[in-house]
Design a protein around this ligand. Sequence first.
Ligand SMILES: Cc1cc2nc3c(=O)[nH]c(=O)nc-3n(C[C@H](O)[C@H](O)[C@H](O)COP(=O)(O)OP(=O)(O)OC[C@H]3O[C@@H](n4cnc5c(N)ncnc54)[C@H](O)[C@@H]3O)c2cc1C
Length: 393
Amino acid sequence: MNATNGTKGASVIIVGGGVSGLSSAWWLARAGVDVMVIEKGIVGWGASGRNGGGATHHQSPLFLEEQRLWPQMDELLRYPTEFQPKRIRIALSDQQVEEFKIGVDNTRGQGFPAEWLDPKQVRDLVPLAGNNVVGGVYYERGGHANPQRTVQAYAWALQDLGGRILQHTAVTGFQRRGGKVAAVETNAGVFSCDTLILAAGPQTGRLSALLDSEVPVTAARAEMIVTEPLPLMPIGGVDGNHLYGRQTLRGNLAYGGGPHEWLRPEDDAVAVRPSSPLARNVAKRLAELFPKAAHIRVIRSWAGVIENTPDGRPVIDRLPTAANAIVATMSSVGFGLSPATGRAISQLVIDGRCDFADLSSFRLSRFGNLSPDWREERGWLPPQTEDDDARAA
Ligand SMILES: Cc1cc2nc3c(=O)[nH]c(=O)nc-3n(C[C@H](O)[C@H](O)[C@H](O)COP(=O)(O)OP(=O)(O)OC[C@H]3O[C@@H](n4cnc5c(N)ncnc54)[C@H](O)[C@@H]3O)c2cc1C
């Protein structure tokens, strides 16, 4: 890696202090690379500090690495992530049993056990489950962690290795030289770099457009609710009923789940405020999932903004318009995959290729024939507001 010749900057600059950016930075710093993360708010301010904490992505080519790394992360980072292994999915209808089949096949196909459970077995393993259970699945591999603790752990571990994090610093543009990004412009000055990584969640497309590359990503708003603490269940990673979430180590149920609200990417700053209809909907379905907890009070809620690509899969690739720029946007699965994505991205920077997983399905070129109306075609448009109506009039 080239040094930065004493100028203000770093060998690798990463835009975005979420789990994707921080994990990449930490893996790079472990390999001795001079790295700086630039974050417009505080680390974890985006989806990374607001999510369900799930780490069970059997559909991803990074699943094996996700499952290999999570049990080691506290030791590697030297800070707690509160990772807990195992996951149970509860089905409350035959339709939900059907929906689980692909996950069971995927998991078994990759050599991990996945056991179908009958209603009694579910109730034995999940004391809060009720008589409405139709079936379930037990995953030996899979799990969950605390998003806030994980963000902190990455950030502190990175700083312990000499990596730098600039918070409250917004990236506003890029300077290019000879087909490469030479420097990053921010509201706190210009920072030179040898390599740029764009890991800005829902804002990744807007930033890549400044480099003349289209990365199709749009934003949706989700809400999480947290209940009072309950006695700890034997396995805290329980989901189903189209909810995601976990029981915290203190006993709270922290859950969220669609339907999500589609947004304009520029609206993500206001969209992090909770709205009661979404939170009420999550609370209703949580009471169905855990009838024995239906009496418990919701003590807090928050909203978060999820990044979504047209096919729901991450983009990890070099930008076609800037030879030293890598784009990393995770399309709603970024928390659990972060140990693996960070390692993959660090290898792309250092070696030019990832040696432990096939990342070809994450290439940007798969969107080569994407219709300009892809958001409309999927119904992923924000609801019309009075302001929109006034503008249109
Ligand atoms: C409610 C909810 C539940 C979820 N549940 C799960 C789950 O259970 N499991 C799972 O794996 N995933 C889950 N996700 C998705 C997961 O949280 C995201 O995929 C992941 O956090 C993305 O991380 P990231 O670092 O790529 O992006 P982000 O966390 O969005 O971070 C991007 C960062 O870039 C910064 N930024 C943007 N523009 C600029 C700029 N111009 N200059 C500087 N900084 C900038 C932002 O402030 C932000 O901090 C959930 C998401 C939400 C909202």
